[in-house]
Design a protein around this ligand. Structure first.
Ligand code: HAM
Length: 409
């Protein structure tokens, strides 16, 4: 509704200018992609791909899917447009609508919106920190308090098989306590057991799952320590969360989420991490990358609690009395909009003066211009300053000049 979209516009504008200051350029991708992109990119055993996609076969027998996330589409586009060959580092951002067939509740919709960034080309920890810092500071700039950055490293793909083998063997010995889906996950991708909402499965993980950070290589550890050191130096508070593997298959090394206690059970404001193998996996040149995405609706839930509603007031209400005043009034109104960039609402219901003045008040107008047949005959208009309650008569051809001088009042 217009009253809500005002706030959306305000937030979107802020995101555009904030990310421009970090050197990020906006990318827009199509509403749907080939289904295979998400199966290969996000992973067929993830909840997003196995349960939540809106997919169909079109008349040309193509398997298509409304995009459930944006990292895979952005990578597809990055490869297709050979961005990596044009410049070594590519910093991209987006604000877009996404679709997941989840159980709707507060902070979780089937159509929702994300803003996010994807930075391609640097394997170094400073790029992880740039991305985390953007996420943290953009929320700060919106006035959010109670923020918590949770961070983990899930290591490079080379160390993953050893961890997965150990995880699987530990969980298999407690398989009777795991739900049916998690038992299936043991044979497909044991890491996905971490995504389970079932409290018994979480208890088994708490008690028996090996900790992924114990399996990091020396290089992974050096990378992660440097990320943490830089975060400390930038005074970005974080907590280590060694269960944070994130629900999408493409992550390598750093994973993070920012949560807000103001959100309730769906407490993740945003999530992201490094995905150094995805570009290559989807057919591009080997390119390290890191990014995050943030739920717009969740940001709005938190902002609604801390900020006043935004009102759209018009500058001028054009009170029109009688048919003869119509064309002149409409011309003046257009000139004020085009020449002086003022918002002008013209009467369109032919109401009494009293009713029109009431409408001017309702619209929050700062001025009313009153144009009747008499005024047209005398070449004059009455201009009322609604805040001060004063009014004066101005020649019709001096109205633009009058508002040039008085527009700020
Ligand atoms: P994600 O954790 O699936 O990550 O989603 C990121 C954020 O989108 C969540 O933290 C949440 O705020 C919001 N979100 C997700 N699903 C819903 C929903 N159904 N309704 C409302 N909000 C939702 C990704 O999408 C990754 N692509 C992030 C990323 C970018 N990783 C690297 N680059």
């Amino acid at each position: 509704m217009p009253v809500d979209t005002l706030r959306w516009q305000h937030i979107e504008q802020h995101i555009h200018s904030f990310l421009k200051n970090y050197g990020y350029g906006e990318i827009r991708t199509p509403a749907f992609e080939e289904t295979g992109l998400f199966i290969r990119g996000v992973g067929k055993d993830t909840d997003v791909v196995s349960k939540e996609m809106y997919s169909w076969v079109d008349q040309g027998n193509n398997n298509l899917t409304l995009k459930p996330e944006l990292t895979a589409p952005v990578v597809r586009s990055f490869i297709q447009h050979k961005l990596g060959r044009l410049q070594p580092i590519n910093r991209l951002y987006y604000i877009d609508a996404l679709f997941r067939r989840e159980r709707p509740q507060k902070g979780r919709q089937r159509q929702f919106h994300q803003f996010g960034v994807e930075a391609f080309g640097s394997e170094h920890p400073e790029m992880d920190v740039e991305v985390i810092s953007i996420a943290y500071h953009i929320y700060k700039s919106f006035g959010l308090k109670e923020l918590s950055v949770k961070i983990n490293s899930i290591g490079s793909p080379e160390v993953r098989p050893t961890y997965l083998k150990e995880l699987k063997s530990q969980l298999e010995s407690h398989s009777e306590k795991l739900c049916k889906t998690c038992n299936h996950r043991l044979s497909t991708n044991a890491l996905r057991v971490f995504d389970c909402k079932n409290s018994n499965c979480q208890l088994v993980l708490d008690e028996f799952a090996p900790v992924i950070s114990d399996f990091l290589s020396d290089d992974d550890r050096i990378h992660f320590d440097m990320v943490l050191n830089l975060l400390s130096e930038l005074k970005i508070p974080y907590t280590l969360d060694n269960k944070l593997v994130r629900g999408l298959d493409y992550y390598t090394r750093t994973t993070f989420e920012i949560t807000s206690s103001a959100l309730g059970s769906q407490d993740a404001l945003c999530g992201g991490g490094r995905y150094d193998k995805l570009v290559e996996q989807l057919g591009g040149d080997s390119t390290p990358a890191v990014g995050f995405a943030a739920g717009m609706e969740r940001l709005l839930i938190v902002l609604d609690d801390i900020s006043e509603p935004i009102q759209q007031n018009c500058d001028i209400y054009m009170v029109i009395l009688g048919e003869k005043a119509l064309s002149k009034a409409l011309i003046i109104a257009n000139n004020l909009r085009v020449d002086l960039n003022l918002s002008v609402i013209t009467e369109s219901s032919r109401r009494s003066v009293k009713a029109q003045m009431k409408e001017a008040n309702r619209q929050g107008a700062r001025f009313a211009i009153i144009l009747g047949e008499n005024e047209i005959k005398n070449g004059l208009a009455t201009i009322k300053n609604m805040n001060e309650g004063t009014q004066e008569e101005i020649e019709l051809n001096k109205i633009i000049e009058y508002f040039k001088e008085n527009r700020k009042r």
